[in-house]
Design a protein around this ligand. Structure first.
Ligand SMILES: Cc1cc2nc3c(=O)[nH]c(=O)nc-3n(C[C@H](O)[C@H](O)[C@H](O)COP(=O)(O)OP(=O)(O)OC[C@H]3O[C@@H](n4cnc5c(N)ncnc54)[C@H](O)[C@@H]3O)c2cc1C
Ligand SMILES: NC(=O)c1ccc[n+]([C@@H]2O[C@H](COP(=O)([O-])OP(=O)(O)OC[C@H]3O[C@@H](n4cnc5c(N)ncnc54)[C@H](O)[C@@H]3O)[C@@H](O)[C@H]2O)c1
Length: 475
């Protein structure tokens, strides 16, 4: 016997679980299927983000930052610490607890919103009367029929060709978040978001970290001025980043990993490390979905092909999040999930790709929204720029955290904000003001005229907006 639903969501990550909740709020009968298992084999909804992504990485970034502060920065405040110790097992345990709180929170939200949760793998069977037949292989095999299906099956870490993850020596994001003791030497391949975040965690905890990056420029997608400032800070911290390398043979043994590579000068190099994290991007995941049975169209990268509204080539089958085009970000997945649920309800859900913020949770944090200076140049847009350094911000000085700046880019003729780029303390929080401003198509003058609390880091945002008109007050 099959169970019928208005909406069946496959995948319980940020794209899927949020789509399920929004669809339920709109009055639909909703099922959400997710196969993630916790250590006991029970359900652990929340996807990559909750289990091996956003949440655990931020928990470890926080713990490792406390450790670094206690060891290196408390003294500046007149606080001396003796006998500073590190209990990695406890730190990882706390991280697991944070993850569990989030898993439990989602199960609670499903109950609260009357979303039926199925623990197992969902796969397409066929088009049936009343919708799409989906088989659930799990604790209890089930057959569901959904009038609408939302696929939100996420992504998996990309491995280096011929170097599979063993999660012991060669680690994906999963293993990178549960290294049992601080490696003496750690290498990361790829200096993207994961490379920098995970590299920072283990460097702060005492590992000698080398990041090998294929591209000759550091953080190519980031505004050049901001990326340069961040690189300077990482260099100072001792995070060794080698650009323009070509990774050759990677040999993993019982005790460590040997990496052969050529450096930017073309010289052959060899690096011996205890562990290697491979962070060279992620691939869309449609494993086990049985897309072929129903002819769900994939592109050459294996992503599900969707239009601007997240419609696939099949009637009433939608796809959102990492498994489709666009940035692989939890909040992008969530926004698409909400928009699809609203479209199913006949509303006009919309995701504005121009105002999706990016954050890299290193120290200093890097955050941005909109176009970079190099993009504006390439697009032939005439712009004005304004920057303000945290060094001139009272709150940043009180915090003892003055690295970085806020940078505004505004249209030369209309003053509309085209991009805001931040490297510095709490950039992840500060960027929201810029997102709101850009969503409302504000001008830099709008921000410059708004009263900001004193002393606050957000005054640097106001001052950067003033700088567009060359009239900063405190610099
Ligand atoms: C280390 C790391 C840190 C990150 N940090 C951030 C961050 O700080 N901020 C940010 O915005 N993004 C971050 N991301 C990216 C973020 O995790 C993803 O963009 C986000 O999880 C995508 O959500 P999703 O719902 O599309 O897919 P996922 O979160 O991958 O969820 C997909 C779910 O579907 C399940 N599934 C797959 N196939 C099936 C099936 N056939 N049947 C049933 N279930 C299935 C999977 O088990 C999984 O639970 C990070 C990623 C990593 C790896
Ligand atoms: N704070 C966040 O929002 C956050 C945090 C972590 C992950 N994520 C998401 O997860 C995704 C995956 O993260 P990621 O860091 O793996 O990917 P990424 O795309 O951010 O970076 C991958 C890096 O690896 C480099 N690279 C690729 N192949 C290489 C090779 N063979 N040798 C050396 N370098 C190579 C690329 O040039 C790039 O710089 C990101 O796209 C991001 O959207 C987001």
């Amino acid at each position: 016997m099959s169970q019928n639903f208005d909406v069946v969501v496959i995948g319980g990550g940020p794209g899927g679980y949020i789509a399920a909740i929004r669809a339920a709020q709109l009055g639909f009968k909703v099922a959400c299927i997710d196969e993630w298992k916790n250590a006991q084999g029970g359900p652990a909804p929340g996807g990559t983000c909750t289990n091996v992504g956003c949440i655990p990485s931020k928990a470890l970034l926080q713990s490792s930052e406390h450790y670094e502060h206690a060891g290196k920065h408390f003294a500046e405040h007149g606080i001396s610490v003796s006998g500073l110790g590190l209990d990695v097992a406890k730190m990882l345990g706390r991280k697991d607890q944070v993850v569990k709180q989030n898993n439990d929170g989602i199960l609670y939200l499903f109950k609260k919103n009357k979303v039926s949760f199925f623990h197992g793998r969902g796969s397409f069977v066929k088009q049936a009367e009343g919708g799409w037949e989906i088989a659930v292989a799990g604790d209890k095999p089930e057959t569901l029929v959904g009038k609408h299906v939302i696929v939100a099956t996420g992504s998996n870490a990309r491995a280096l060709p011929g170097v599979p993850f063993d999660e012991e020596r060669v680690l994906s994001n999963d293993g990178a978040l549960r290294i049992p003791d601080v490696p003496k030497k750690l290498a990361l391949i790829g200096s993207g978001v994961i490379g920098l975040e995970m590299g920072s965690v283990w460097r702060r905890l005492g590992a000698e970290v080398t990041v090998l990056e294929a591209l000759p420029t550091f953080l190519g997608a980031v505004d050049e001025q901001i990326a340069k400032e961040a690189k300077k800070a990482f260099d100072k911290q001792g995070l060794k980043i080698e650009l323009g390398v070509k990774v050759g043979e990677v040999k993993a043994g019982a005790k460590g990993v040997k990496i052969a590579y050529t450096n930017a000068k073309g010289e052959a190099q060899s690096l011996d490390v205890d562990r290697l994290i491979v962070s060279i991007g992620r691939v869309p995941n449609t494993n086990g979905l049985n897309t072929a049975a129903v002819g769900l169209q994939l592109d050459e990268r294996g992503a599900i092909v969707v239009d601007a509204d997240c419609r696939t080539n099949l009637a009433n089958v939608w796809a959102v999040g990492d498994v489709v085009r666009g940035p692989m970000l939890a909040h992008k997945a969530e926004e698409e999930g909400v928009a699809v649920a609203e479209r199913i309800a006949g509303q006009h859900g919309h995701v504005n790709f121009n105002t999706i913020p990016w954050v890299i949770y290193t120290h200093p944090e890097i955050a941005w929204v909109g176009r970079t200076e190099q993009q504006l140049k390439a697009d032939g847009v005439k712009y004005k720029a304004g920057t303000f350094p945290f060094l001139a911000n009272g709150r940043a000085r009180a915090l003892g955290d003055t690295t970085g700046m806020v940078k505004f880019l505004a249209d030369a003729a209309t003053d509309e904000i085209l991009g805001v780029h931040i490297v510095g303390p709490m950039a992840s929080e500060l960027i929201s003001e810029a997102v709101v401003a850009m969503e409302f198509r504000a001008s830099s003058e709008d921000i410059a005229r708004i009263c900001h609390a004193h002393p606050s880091l957000s005054e640097a945002t106001k001052e950067a907006a003033l700088a567009v008109d060359k009239r900063t007050l405190n610099f």
